[in-house]
Design a binder for this molecule. Structure first.
Ligand code: SF4
Ligand code: SF4
Length: 379
């Protein structure tokens, strides 16, 4: 049986011509555009615009990768649009800061802020049998995930599959965190979403990746990678391994591989084309530490004991009050209402109720100034 191809291309800088060349070459190595043409002409690009951060912070898909992709698809005769739903900021503001709005305006392509969700049935979903998805997404033949290669405090790695969580409209996102506080359940929800959206291509921006405490508070790290695949699970698996994770430790990848009827089921089904993975692996890449919640004890010991063990083994947010700029973003996004401003000696500070905290790390993800640390502390 033919293997699923993942193309790895060395690309050292955000130079439009070089990036265009790299993406074009990568797509040619995985089979070219014919496969996409069979699906139709309407292409939706889904960049990662987690927040309005300038490109050098490596939080968002770089505007040069975004521009190169738009150019390539337009030159190949496709109709191109882009869309995203940043968790807290209006799309226009976040995309302007991230440098993507200028690109959209230059090429005069439609740019959708995902709103107006409608209920769509997802019969193959394991946890979610229907999603409320933005109407606009349904008008496209081809969805292209354009992630930034980053670590993720909650899911360890965020890639092409997790990037599609941005297709969920803004206010629904915290609701999903609250509904699925368990990491494995959240991963299965993302897999379900991928089953519904059926992305056709992933193009990974790994020229400058993010190591450390991603997806916003980490450190930019040059990797020099452009990677593509028609199978975004395969793309994620290879990219996660490239930065030093074991693919099986990444909950979204592990759970997707288990759904053998819909996805590839093992790395043996993948063929890497282009550059060898060894030639692109950074000598050091600071990853998020894998922590295991004690699911294996479930139904064997009482829940309060499991909760206690989780409390002393799973990191929780701690607030560095001197660093905090009191923007309130963490409070707005917290799905569990665990955060509020309090005053002490006329000083305002963020107070956390650890009994309510579900350890989703949305607060850490959104904090613009790295004022939150994730630490283990027994209670
Ligand atoms: S305090 Fe932070 S980690 Fe805890 S539930 Fe709220 S957003 Fe999630
Ligand atoms: S901890 Fe971060 S997100 Fe929360 S109020 Fe302070 S600066 Fe804003």
């Amino acid at each position: 049986m033919a293997k699923t191809k993942v193309a790895l291309i060395k690309c050292d800088e955000y130079n439009l011509k070089e990036v265009e060349k790299a993406i074009n070459y990568a797509i040619s190595l995985i089979g070219g555009f014919d496969r996409l043409r069979k699906k139709g002409k309407k292409v939706l690009l889904k960049p990662n615009i987690l927040a309005g951060k300038e490109p050098e912070y490596a939080v968002t898909t770089h505007p040069v990768v975004f521009e190169a992709t738009i150019k390539i698809f337009l030159e190949n005769g496709f109709e191109v649009a882009a869309g995203e739903s940043p968790p807290l900021e209006p799309l226009g503001i976040a995309a302007k800061k991230a440098g993507l709005l200028d690109v959209v305006e230059k090429y005069k392509i439609p740019f959708y802020e995902f709103k107006n969700p409608i209920k769509i049935s997802n019969p193959d979903g394991k946890l979610i049998k229907s999603f409320n998805i933005s109407e606009e997404i349904l008008n496209f033949d081809i969805i292209v995930s354009l992630p930034k290669l980053k670590t993720h405090a909650q899911m360890y790695y965020t890639g092409a599959m997790k990037n599609l969580f941005g297709c969920i409209t803004g206010l629904q996102k915290p609701h999903f965190h609250l509904r699925f506080p368990d990491r494995d359940d959240f991963a299965n929800m993302i897999v379900d979403l991928n089953l519904l959206l059926k992305p056709s291509l992933g193009i990974m921006d790994g020229i400058v990746a993010m190591e450390g405490k991603g997806p916003q508070g980490g450190t930019p790290k040059k990797v020099g990678l452009i990677a593509t695949s028609f199978d975004i699970l395969a793309l994620d698996l290879v990219c996660a391994e490239l930065i030093g994770y074991k693919y099986i430790d990444i909950p979204i990848i592990k759970n997707a591989l288990e759904r053998k009827n819909f996805f590839i089921s093992s790395p043996e089904e993948i063929e890497i084309v282009g550059e060898k993975i060894e030639n692109l692996k950074p000598s050091h890449f600071e990853k998020v530490k894998i922590t295991s919640e004690v699911h294996f004890l479930q139904n064997k010991v009482p829940k309060p004991i499991i909760n206690f063990i989780n409390n002393i083994t799973v990191p929780k947010p701690h607030f560095k009050h001197k660093v905090c700029i009191k923007c309130g973003k963490c409070i707005s996004i917290c799905p569990a209402n665990a955060l509020q401003f309090k005053n002490k000696n006329k000083n305002k500070f963020v107070h956390i109720d650890y009994n309510k905290c579900i350890k989703c790390y949305c607060c850490d993800e959104i904090c613009p100034v790295k004022a939150i640390e994730l630490k283990i502390r027994p209670f």
